[in-house]
Write a protein that binds this ligand. Sequence first.
Ligand code: SAH
Ligand code: SF4
Ligand code: F3S
Length: 442
Amino acid sequence: MGDVKKLFIKTYGCQMNVYDSERMAEAMGGAGYVETQTPDDADMILLNTCHIREKAAEKVYSELGRFRDLKTANPDLKIGVAGCVAQAEGEEIMRRQPLVDLVVGPQSYHRLPQMEAKVRAGGTALDTDFPTDDKFDTLRHRPKAARGPTAFLTVQEGCDKFCAFCVVPYTRGAEVSRPASRILEEARNLVERGVREITLLGQNVNAYHGAGEGGGDWTLARLIWALNDIDGLERIRFTTSHPNDMGDDLIAAHGECAKLMPYLHLPVQSGSDKILKRMNRSHTAESYLRLIERIRAARPDILLSGDFIVGFPEETEADFQATMDLVEEVNYGYAYSFKYSTRPGTPAAERAQVEEDVKSERLQRLQALITRQQRAIQDAMVGRTVGVLFEKPGRLEGQMMGKSDYLHAVHVANADVAVGDLVPVEIIESGTNSLAGRLIRP
Ligand code: SAH
Ligand code: SF4
Ligand code: F3S
């Protein structure tokens, strides 16, 4: 087996990149590569990158610099940059870091094997096209190897919303939905290989409008109902949703579809209508709150999570306070908050910026509030019985770790369960980042 080559992939950014990295590993499997967990013995290193904030992009260049010694030791080592930095910066990456042999944008992964052959022959390769052929179509044939109980499945890519701060419409291109039949086929394949929970992914997953089985476009809700019929699949989740694409059928599904989990990530970004308008979000704080009311009417125990940006250009203390008020009103089970980061080429980058120390101070206040809410919601789980899908052994002898229906991490001591078991667990304790539970014996 002297000609088996080793591939090391490091993934940054969102879950779509996690999914894409799996698919790239599969595509390269066809070209004679097996994955390795360390860059040290790799024949090829791929960084699957994120461009969402300045720090994310800078990390890529510092990581690349660290591969210099490896390349000196092994001149045959090939280094590639994939993902959103590859799309945004293209050839500039090779100019800035000559160690890089290959640059491939997120829509061109199916062309990786040809690109690899080209760099093996001594050249460099760059592909940041938005081809009309579907990358998933050629990346479609998954090997039959068994896998863990949870999986991501990309159903939609790209974004047409152009929020004024965001690079995604530029790095991922326009919204494209995969046909329902492909998604269902892939889901059945995953279930055959041991998967019991599927998280449907898209930059705007609820804008899904793929060709349906038997004609016409399907909505995300329609797709979820079709997945609900797959025997052996126990749980369905989806992320990330946009408030403007929460259709009535999707809201209703949260109340009616047994396998759809009571968790919804619904970013709002700000609680100030002035800022929302300047962000080009095309919803108001009020319309978001009314939407949350309707979702909670359909599924009262749903756990909500969100994303927030503080210090967007021209955000005043009053605007920030409006965000704090909105968070108070919603009561989030999880939330992610970020300081606004200027992204070259986006409209907001040109506007009057908020001082760095003001951003930091606002972020601290918001995060303190969010942490309090998260903790209170987590603590309120104590005494309740929830479904837990076990994913791996814990650090302690006999301990097993899994996720609850509400996506809380749960550990159970002396658990007589296997990875992949989905069983009722009584929550007995709430810690900093996880819950402790015990098995309910029938
Ligand atoms: N498609 C998703 C996620 C986009 S990126 C959505 O529409 O919600 C994930 C999060 O990163 C965003 O929700 C936003 O809160 C944050 N983000 C995006 N661009 C940013 C920027 N320039 N500065 C700071 N945070 C940003
Ligand atoms: Fe970015 Fe806005 Fe699109 Fe989300 S909806 S990916 S934040 S442009
Ligand atoms: Fe980052 Fe691209 Fe995802 S910019 S958040 S990896 S879509």
